[in-house]
Ligand binder design. Structure first.
Ligand code: AMP
Ligand code: TRP
Length: 346
């Protein structure tokens, strides 16, 4: 795909967009790879739009009542992590119909060959590719619609979403090229920090995930202090002391993961963690990590519990956010339809 002109984003107001699926307990991976960084972007004073992507969640089966609860819980996690609904736009995707409508239009721009290269689809579909929903296959085009409906220029995500943001750039470039416009920006993935890929506590080769069958593999944002401490104590590690420098972590995926988690929670580099703990064993490091995690996460889970006690207030916040989101997305959808030749006469 021919890329867009290098200066294409200069025509657009800097705007951050990102989303999280409300498909279960949020994890430490979501917090470090996404939520914590979403709050930092907001605090930098950039316009920030954050979305609970319920339309993405139903690409696999969701119990209706559970989906509602999980959406409210995810909203509570955003707010507890420092997202201020007065400074960021926070809403659930299905309340802004422009997402689904623009997704249809982008389905007609994206190529089947591009979709076939999406590794997340291949992983999620596995051997079952004939049986999964059509929505799961089209998932990345809906994600492109989420981003492009806001003309967003920056997309903070974890490492696993990089390919989807690159697909979004390809879709934007093809649209601009085919219709001879410079209507869509070329959104940049922001993959930064020590914890862009937090790994399972049971297996250093697997991503920490809310859908892993083993609860011991992840820290949930709702885990209490004892559970957090126990999970870190039992985390798979090795018998060697921590090395003095990063190269010493080569071939030690579990050790590297625990060091990265410590660094991201403390807001320091992995080098700085090794400067402090190099030469010491996991008998010392794991309790220190557990204490740090509890200190950082306990206020978040406490705040989530407080917010969840008033679901009507969460729904009100999401409704207000959706109205603000729609004010941006609807005109962009209308313009897209117009560019594509659809009559708009009412
Ligand atoms: P998801 O839970 O799949 O909707 O992911 C929401 C956001 O969290 C995305 O930006 C992901 O890249 C990020 N994320 C999910 N799991 C991890 C992980 N284990 N490490 C780092 N980031 C993650
Ligand atoms: N696909 C993302 C994930 O599972 C969630 C998502 C949906 C998203 N739409 C988005 C992320 C737009 C960034 C921008 O993690």
């Amino acid at each position: 795909m021919t890329d867009q002109p290098a200066d294409i984003n200069a025509k657009f107001t800097p705007r951050v967009f990102s989303g999280i699926q409300p498909s279960g307990n949020l994890t430490l991976g979501n917090y470090l790879g996404a939520l914590k960084r979403f709050a930092e972007k907001q605090d930098e004073g950039i316009e920030t739009v954050y979305c609970l992507v319920d339309l993405h969640a139903v690409t696999v089966w969701q119990e209706p009542e559970a989906l509602k609860r999980q959406t409210r819980e995810a909203a509570a996690a955003f707010i507890a992590s420092g997202i201020d609904p007065d400074r960021s736009i926070l809403f659930n995707q299905s309340q802004v119909s422009a997402h689904a409508e623009l997704a249809w239009l982008l389905n007609c721009v994206a190529r089947v060959g591009w979709m076939n290269r999406m590794t997340q689809f291949k992983d999620k579909a596995g051997k079952n590719a004939e049986k999964v929903s059509l929505g799961l296959y089209a998932y990345p085009a809906l994600m492109a619609a989420d981003i492009l409906a806001y003309h967003a220029t920056m997309v903070p995500v974890g490492e696993d979403q990089k390919q989807h943001v690159e697909l979004t750039r390809d879709i934007a470039a093809k649209f601009n090229h085919d219709y001879k416009v410079d209507f869509f920006p070329s959104p940049a993935p922001l993959i930064e920090g020590a914890a862009t890929r937090v790994m399972s506590l049971r297996d250093g080769s697997k991503k920490m995930s809310k859908s892993d069958p083993s609860d011991a593999s992840r820290i949930n944002l709702t885990d209490d202090a004892d559970t957090i401490a126990k999970k870190f104590r039992k985390a798979v590690s090795d018998a060697e002391p921590l090395p003095e420098s990063l190269e010493g972590l080569d071939g030690r995926a579990e050790a590297r993961n625990l060091v990265n988690i410590y660094a991201a929670l403390a807001g320091i580099t992995a080098d700085a963690v090794l400067a402090q703990f190099g030469g010491q064993g996991f008998g010392t490091f794991k309790p220190a990590l557990a204490d740090l995690a509890v200190a950082k996460l306990a206020p978040i889970s406490g705040e989530m519990t407080r917010l969840m006690a008033d679901p009507a207030e969460i729904d009100r916040i999401l409704g207000k956010g959706a109205a603000k989101a729609e004010a941006i997305a609807q005109p962009i959808l209308e313009k897209t339809l117009d560019i594509m030749g659809m009559i708009r006469s009412r």
